[in-house]
Design a protein around this ligand. Structure first.
Ligand code: SAH
Length: 209
C-alpha cells in the first residue's frame, strides 16, 4: 500500500477516535511520518502508536499529536508557538503547517541534528530549532501565543509561564509516570488551569547531552 493510502487510513482512524479538526486531519494526511522514524520502523509509521526514535526517546502517538494540535488551534491559528522536546520533529512539522512560526527545543544533540536536517529536506522554513535545556524556554524569540511541552514534568518551569503572552496557552503532560494533559491559560495576569485527559510521555530531563 502506498504511504498516501496508509496516511488516509490513519486520518480516518483519528477522526473515528474523536479528532474533530479538519485542519489537523488534513495535515496528518500530508506529513510523511515514515521519514520521522528509523527506516526499520517505517512500515509501522502510520499505526496509531508511539515508536522508538533512539536515545531512549519516542515519537508521540499520532492521536496525541493530533489532540495537542487541535487544542493549540481551537481559538484560531496562533502566530508564534514554542515546543519543548523536538524529538523526531513530527509534532513541530504538524504545527508548522498550521501556525505562523514554530520554535522547538531539544536537549539531545543527535535528535536535534536529525530533525533539523529533516525540516530542511521537507522545506519547513517556518521552524526554528535549538539544542538547549527546555526548562529555560527560548526567551529571545518569545513571548508565545502557545507553548507545548512534549515531555512530562510534575511542575511547569516558571521561565515557560513567563514566556507566554497574555491570553496565550501552555499545554503540558503534568505528573510522574502517569500524567494528565493540562492547559494553562494566562488571563489577566493569572493562570487558569484545565485538565484534559490522561497521557503518557517520556520525562523532561535537565541539561544538554
Ligand atoms: N515531540 C516529539 C516527541 C517528544 S519525546 C515528536 O514529535 O517526536 C520527548 C522529547 O523531549 C525527547 O526527545 C527528549 O529528549 C526531549 N526532552 C526531555 N527533556 C528535555 C528538556 N529539558 N529540554 C528539551 N528537550 C527535552
Amino acid at each position: 500500500m502506498t504511504s498516501d493510502r496508509t496516511r488516509e487510513r490513519l486520518a480516518g482512524r483519528l477522526g473515528d477516535a474523536g479528532i474533530r479538526s479538519v485542519h489537523v486531519l488534513n495535515v496528518i494526511r500530508h506529513i510523511p511520518r515514515h521519514l520521522f522514524v528509523d527506516e526499520a520502523l517505517a512500515t509501522r509509521a502510520y499505526e496509531d502508536t508511539a515508536l522508538p526514535i533512539g536515545h531512549g526517546q519516542t515519537i508521540s502517538q499520532p492521536f496525541v499529536v493530533a489532540r495537542m494540535t487541535e487544542i493549540v488551534i481551537r481559538h484560531g491559528m496562533p502566530q508564534r508557538v514554542l515546543e519543548i522536546g523536538t524529538g523526531s520533529g513530527y509534532q513541530a512539522a504538524v504545527l508548522s503547517a498550521l501556525v505562523g512560526q514554530v520554535y522547538t527545543v531539544e536537549r539531545i544533540r543527535a535528535l536535534h541534528e536529525r530533525s533539523r536536517e529533516l525540516f530542511r529536506r521537507l522545506g519547513l522554513t517556518n521552524i526554528r530549532s535549538r539544542l538547549a535545556d527546555g526548562h529555560e524556554g527560548w526567551s529571545t524569540a518569545g513571548p508565545y501565543d502557545a507553548i507545548l511541552l512534549t515531555a512530562a514534568t510534575p511542575t511547569i518551569p516558571t521561565a515557560l509561564f513567563e514566556q507566554l503572552k497574555e491570553g496565550g496557552e501552555l499545554l503540558a503532560p503534568v505528573g510522574g509516570e502517569v500524567q494528565e494533559l493540562r492547559i494553562y491559560r494566562r488571563q489577566d495576569g493569572a493562570l487558569v488551569e484545565e485538565g484534559i485527559e490522561p497521557v503518557t510521555f517520556v520525562p523532561m530531563r535537565p541539561g544538554v547531552q
